[in-house]
Design a protein around this ligand. Structure first.
Ligand code: ADP
Ligand code: TRP
Length: 320
């Protein structure tokens, strides 16, 4: 089965991103033909700085490779290196009723967040449809906020196929309901915009400082602690198997340790979990040409499929 996903490069990654999106996505490469790209044409809709866009794009590539995306299993590239997607985007625009885009809530949400309303922002879902349809995608793993975009893609593809025959593969979305919302320092959803994150790649001291900021109850030292409602426990349990969780629960209940001790333990868990990723990241950061080679290899592979598809589509509509 061909699975495709686009990544918005948005800077420093936090634990919520990792457990909520990256880890489940990277796992898909084990049993599927996974295609993953960094959606820099999409990022352009909200970017204001060329150097920053360029840096974030490469940084996202380095981060994904460091955290386990395997270029031998996954086709990995930068969106703008397969420019056929823009040809398909234009052709699909012709099959996209205005009403379909006017109903898109992500556009309204972004404008509400003061991203300037532009045609690119408005037609964002059509470009996403082109990403998906260009590579004959069967499944698109998405967060809930992106479901509507896959539905729009299906509507456009069905309209196109009704006129020209079964040329485009109608994709389905996959939403992983088991993926929990990861809490941040204050117990709210961990999010960059709330300033309550624990970032994955920090030095050890900064990581401990961040862990120390986690909000806990004021139960005095010496009394048993309630693990169920503890933000430190909630985050730590992401890194533990069942036995590890039970052991930690016992420590909470024993009353022998205070929150400071659990915050130290959490720092150790996080630090150890990402040790291999940190090493890989350092390697890729100092071998950036290797990263560019991986991306260029991926782009060539994706492009070979894209070229064939765009030829069929152009032929069908009379552009070839
Ligand atoms: P942020 O809220 O920090 O800006 P993004 O919106 O860039 O994060 O999220 C990128 C991906 O990470 C999305 O797929 C989103 O669902 C996932 N994600 C972000 N924060 C969390 C969280 N706290 N719990 C679970 N998943 C999350
Ligand atoms: N819009 C997606 C997001 O904001 C990123 C994206 C672009 C995408 N093209 C895609 C996701 C194609 C899946 C398939 O997260």
């Amino acid at each position: 089965m061909r699975v495709l996903t686009g990544i918005q490069a948005s800077g420093k990654l936090h634990i919520g991103n990792y457990f909520g999106a990256m880890k489940p996505m990277i796992k898909l490469q084990e049993e599927n033909e996974l295609f993953t790209f960094i959606a820099n044409y999409h990022s352009l809709t909200s970017s204001t700085d060329a150097a920053l866009l360029r840096d974030l794009t490469l940084e996202a590539a380095v981060d994904y490779l460091s955290l386990g995306l395997d270029p031998n299993k996954t086709t990995f590239w930068i969106q703008s290196d397969v420019p056929e997607v823009l040809e398909l985007y234009w052709i699909l625009s012709k099959f996209t009723p205005m009403g379909l885009l006017e109903r898109a809530h992500s556009y309204k949400d972004k404008v509400a967040k003061n991203i300037p309303a532009s045609h690119a922002l408005f037609s964002y879902p059509v470009l996403m449809a082109a990403d998906i349809l260009l590579l004959d995608t069967d499944k698109v793993p998405v967060g809930k906020d992106q479901i509507q975009h896959v539905e729009i893609t299906r509507d456009i593809a069905i309209k196109f196929n009704n006129k020209y025959g079964n040329i485009l593969t109608i994709p389905e979305y996959i939403v992983d309901d088991n993926v929990a919302t990861i809490v941040g320092l204050d117990g709210e959803k961990m999010s960059k915009s709330y300033g309550n994150t624990i970032d994955i790649f920090m030095d050890e001291k900064a990581l401990q400082k961040q862990c120390n900021k986690i909000v806990t109850s004021s139960t005095p030292l010496g009394e048993p602690l309630d693990f169920e409602n503890c933000n430190v426990y909630k985050i730590a349990s992401l890194f533990l198997d069942d036995d590890g969780k039970k052991e930690l629960q016992m420590r909470y209940k024993s009353g022998l340790e205070g929150y400071g001790s659990f915050k130290k333990y959490l720092k150790e868990l996080i630090w150890n979990e990402f040790e291999a990723a940190r090493e890989k990241r350092e390697y890729y950061q100092s071998h950036i040409d290797e990263v560019k080679e991986i991306l260029s290899f991926g782009a060539n592979k994706a492009r070979a499929i894209a070229k064939e598809k765009i030829r069929t589509v152009k032929d069908a509509v009379g552009l070839w």
